[in-house]
Write a protein that binds this ligand. Structure first.
Ligand SMILES: C[S@@+](CC[C@H](N)C(=O)[O-])C[C@H]1O[C@@H](n2cnc3c(N)ncnc32)[C@H](O)[C@@H]1O
Length: 449
């Protein structure tokens, strides 16, 4: 652990009082490794491990395995995530006992940790909009969403201010705000170099700006979950206090078991590495005043259109009929499979946002045939009759490394390359070889042990 910035150290000594020594010691101990299983792809844990108290689908692992060399990881059967962040699962589970959620927005989404927790914790009918403003991070968010395999998601790439036409549309908004990252000093030692009081102040004003755009988006009676991975009041409770001062919101509190070690801060909850098996994390929950009302829209869909019957049939032949997905196309011919319930929200989003990717990317038509998207191989809604090639671990790793695979006599055309029952990509069987369609940019370059 590199030296802590002096101003940070002084402030934390003041904030923690007698707890400072234990906190400093924890920062010098190894960071725990934790994963969250994809509830739709994993019935029983894949690894030996111990439970994360606030998320029933998560697990601590005794040591860090090579996730890159685990085909389960590429199949999207789990997401590697800091344990404190998964408190979101507990909070959503508690909130669901009192209210329903049919639309959710994860405004600061990449790389996708919170979105995957939300998709696990919310019902499958809830439409989750996962947004990320930075282009390179948006690409990573989409890859992680593809691995999670759900169609009830709309990925968007926009700044928070672009959402203003969606006033009062969301039952739940999560703002996992860009922050000074004090809680990541142990896990990402480089973060200490970027820390300084000026940057903390910059983060505060950025958070205020994002929150100001966010508050109108929440439906009456709806929920705002605000979180950061930092410790200072200015980025945490003070932001919540500002919202309360404006009026129209109240905080929601939870009865947490004391032995979880999570510290109430007055307006939210703080994770400290010397009290919980996690990094630093802060989360607060607010409810907007008012009663939920049903909404509807006559706004037409922009940019996306329905497809000719033949294209629709070709695309649907790859999808589970039970999922009842609609096929939409972009002007460039990229096909998406979208649940009916996502169409109203998609229509409004399509009017105001520059880039969005709804549901499951299906692929592109080439003549009469579909070239399937990599995301389709990871989808939970693939047609049950899709031809499959089951691979053992070594062959799965060869596939992921894009090594040549031997021909598979008797198999012809597109096949789902599967490991342990779950798709990891596409292969096209030819008489003398297998064409490997695993995306080049995801290719595993690590050598085998
Ligand atoms: C803490 S990270 C989010 C981590 C993510 N929620 C997860 O759990 O994996 C904050 C994200 O907010 C994004 N961001 C920064 N400014 C933003 C803005 N004005 N509107 C929306 N997102 C923004 C950053 O690019 C960054 O990806």
């Amino acid at each position: 652990m590199p030296a802590l910035p002096a101003a940070f150290e002084a402030r934390m000594q003041d904030q923690l009082g007698p707890d400072w020594a234990a906190f400093a010691e924890a920062l010098n101990s190894p960071a725990p490794v934790s994963i969250n299983y994809n509830r739709a792809k994993t019935e029983a844990p894949i690894y030996e491990g111990s439970p994360v108290l606030w998320n029933r689908t998560a697990q601590y692992l005794p040591e860090r395995p090579s996730f890159t060399l685990d085909p389960h990881f590429h199949a999207g059967r789990y997401y590697v995530q800091e344990a404190g962040s998964m408190f979101l699962a507990y909070v959503v589970e508690q909130l669901r006992q009192e209210q329903d959620f049919s639309t959710a927005l994860d405004l600061c989404g990449a790389p996708g940790g919170k979105t995957t927790v939300l998709l696990n914790a919310l019902p499958d009918e809830c439409i989750v909009v996962a947004n990320e403003v930075i282009k390179s991070r948006y690409a990573i968010l989409r890859e992680n969403l593809a691995k999670w395999g759900r169609a009830n998601v709309i990925a968007t790439h926009a700044d928070s201010e672009r959402f203003s036409p969606l006033a009062r549309w969301f039952d739940l908004v999560v703002v996992d705000a860009p922050c000074s990252g004090e809680g990541l000093f142990r896990k990402t030692p480089g973060a200490t170099k970027e820390w300084n009081p000026e940057n903390v102040a910059l983060c505060e004003s950025r958070q205020q700006n994002i929150l100001d755009h966010t508050l109108p988006l929440i439906a009456p009676g709806g929920i705002l979950i605000y979180s950061t991975c930092t410790y200072n009041e200015g980025e945490n409770d003070d932001q919540v206090a500002r919202i309360l001062e404006k009026g129209g919101f109240e905080t929601v509190s939870f009865d947490l078991p004391e032995d979880w070690g999570i510290m109430p801060t007055g307006l939210g909850y703080q994770f400290y590495p010397h009290r919980t098996r996690s990094e630093g994390f802060y989360l607060a929950v607010l409810r907007k005043e008012g009663k939920a009302t049903n909404w509807s829209t006559k706004t037409p869909l922009r940019y996306f259109t329905k497809v000719p019957k033949a294209t629709e049939q070709a695309a649907l032949s790859w999808l589970d009929p039970e999922a009842q997905l609609n096929i939409l196309t972009t002007p460039k011919g990229q096909l998406y499979a979208v649940p009916e319930g996502a169409l109203p929200l998609l229509s409004i989003l399509s009017q105001s946002l520059p880039r969005l990717d709804p549901g499951t990317p299906v692929g592109l038509m080439k003549g009469k045939h579909l070239i399937p998207d990599h995301a389709l191989s990871l989808s939970l809604h693939l047609h049950p009759d899709t031809p499959v090639a089951d691979l053992d671990k070594d062959t799965a790793l060869d596939y992921l490394r894009k090594a040549a695979l031997p021909a598979r006599p008797g198999q012809k055309g597109w096949h789902l390359m599967r490991y342990d029952g779950w798709g990891i990509g596409w292969g096209k069987m030819l008489p003398n070889r297998v064409n490997n369609y695993f995306p080049n940019h995801l290719q595993v370059r690590m050598s085998l042990p």
